[in-house]
Ligand binder design. Structure first.
Ligand code: SF4
Length: 353
C-alpha cells in the first residue's frame, strides 16, 4: 500500500469510478459503498440511462453547502478544527494494489475539546430527521457503514494507520448536529471490510481488463433503494423503473377508487377533527393544571373528589424515564453487540403535515 497526498483543483465533480491513463481503476472514497456494477458501468464509459433529477441535484448541493456549517458549529463547541480549503482541497490517494486506487477529499481534521490530543479525520454528513435518528440510535457502522468506510480510507490515507475517527452529522430538518467517535480498532475493521469489497472489483478488472461488456455481479436487486436512483438502472434492470412507477401508481388491492374530491373531503374532515382535538387538549391541560394546584395547596399527593358521574381519585403519579446516551453506547460496543441490544421495529402510518 502506498500513499500520496497531492494538491488538485479537479474538486468535487469527479466520476465515482474511472480508469487513469495507466489503466488503474480509481474509485472515489465517497463511492466505496456504491454498487460495484454501477462503478463498472461508470468507469467503462456506459451511457447514463437514468440521469439525476433537478430535485436530487439540489438536495445533493444543499447537503454539500451545509458541511462548513457543521464544522463551524464544532469549532464553537470547542473542537480544534482544520477544515479543508474547499477551493483548493488536498486529494488523499491510497493505492491498494497494482490496479486499484481510492482517492478523495477529507472534510476536516479535528481535535476533541479538553481531552483530545491528536487530530482525527472528521467526516461530515447531512441527513433528514429520520436518517439522523437512525444514525444516533444504531451508530454509523450499522446505519450508514459506507460513511465509516469512506472516513477509514481518509484516516489511512492521511495518517498511514488506524486512528479514532469522527462522524459529525447535521439533522437538516431540525438543524441540530451531533458526532460519533469510531474507535481505532473498529476503523481498522471498517477499512478491511471496504478493501475486501473493492478487492473483488480489482480482481474482476485483473481477469477481464477494462471490458465494458463483462459486468460484475449486481450488489442490489430492483426493489432495493440503492437501485431506484441508480444512473444505470435501465441498462442494468431494463423495465424495472417503469414497473416500480406503475406499482406506485396502482390502486392498492381491492379497495374502491378514491377520487381527488373524495380525498379533499377527507382532508377537510381531518383538519376539522384536528382543530376540535386541539381545543379539547387545551381544556384538558387547563383543568389538570387547576387540579395540580388544588392538590398542592392541600399538601397531599392524592385526594378524592366528586366528578360528574362518580367520585374520582386525583393524584400525582411519578413517572421515571430512562435516557440512553447513544454516543457513549455506540463508542463502547461493537456493531454486532449493539445489534443484539438495539433492535428495529418498523411500522407504517400516514402523516398529514
Ligand atoms: S441498478 Fe442496482 S444492481 Fe444495477 S448497477 Fe444500479 S445499483 Fe447496481
Amino acid at each position: 500500500m502506498t500513499i500520496t497526498i497531492e494538491k488538485q483543483t479537479d474538486v468535487y465533480s469527479r466520476p465515482n469510478a474511472r480508469f487513469d491513463q495507466g489503466g488503474t481503476l480509481e474509485i472515489r472514497a465517497s463511492a466505496v459503498g456504491n454498487c460495484r456494477r454501477a462503478l463498472w458501468y461508470e468507469a467503462t464509459g456506459h451511457q447514463v440511462t437514468n440521469p439525476r433529477s433537478d430535485d436530487s441535484i439540489t438536495m445533493l448541493e444543499a447537503g454539500n453547502a451545509l458541511e462548513p456549517v457543521v464544522l463551524r458549529a464544532m469549532q464553537r463547541a470547542g473542537w480544534d478544527i482544520t477544515a479543508t480549503d474547499r477551493d483548493n482541497p488536498q486529494m488523499v490517494s491510497l493505492r491498494l494494489g497494482p490496479t486499484l486506487v481510492v482517492s478523495g477529499h477529507v472534510d476536516a481534521a479535528g481535535v476533541a475539546p479538553i481531552f483530545g490530543n491528536e487530530p482525527s479525520i472528521v467526516e461530515v454528513k447531512t441527513r433528514g430527521p429520520e436518517a439522523y435518528k437512525k444514525w444516533r440510535t444504531l451508530g454509523a457502522e450499522r446505519s450508514h457503514p459506507e460513511s465509516v468506510w469512506q472516513a477509514a480510507f481518509y484516516t489511512y490515507g492521511a495518517f498511514d494507520q488506524a486512528r479514532d475517527l469522527v462522524i459529525a452529522t447535521l439533522d437538516t430538518g431540525n438543524r441540530v448536529w451531533d458526532y460519533e467517535v469510531i474507535p481505532a480498532h473498529r476503523v481498522e475493521r471498517a477499512f478491511e471490510q471496504a478493501c475486501a469489497r473493492l478487492g473483488e472489483l480489482a480482481a474482476h478488472h485483473l481477469v477481464n481488463g477494462p471490458d465494458p461488456d463483462v459486468l460484475p455481479e449486481r450488489d442490489f436487486a430492483a426493489e432495493d433503494w440503492q437501485c431506484k436512483p441508480c444512473p444505470f438502472l435501465n441498462a442494468c434492470l431494463p423495465g424495472s423503473a417503469a414497473v416500480s412507477e406503475e406499482a406506485e401508481n396502482e390502486p392498492a388491492g381491492d379497495t374502491e377508487p378514491v377520487s381527488d374530491d373524495d380525498a379533499r373531503a377527507a382532508l377537510a374532515e381531518y383538519e376539522q377533527a384536528q382543530e376540535m382535538l386541539k381545543a379539547i387538549e387545551e381544556d384538558k391541560a387547563w383543568a389538570l393544571g387547576m387540579l395540580r394546584t388544588w392538590l398542592g395547596q392541600r399538601g397531599e399527593q392524592k385526594a378524592r373528589l366528586e366528578g360528574r358521574e362518580k367520585t374520582r381519585t386525583v393524584g400525582m403519579v411519578k413517572n421515571t424515564r430512562y435516557n440512553v446516551d447513544h454516543k457513549r453506547l455506540n463508542s463502547m460496543l461493537d456493531p454486532e453487540a449493539r445489534a443484539e441490544i438495539v433492535t428495529e421495529n418498523v411500522s407504517h402510518y400516514l402523516r398529514v403535515s
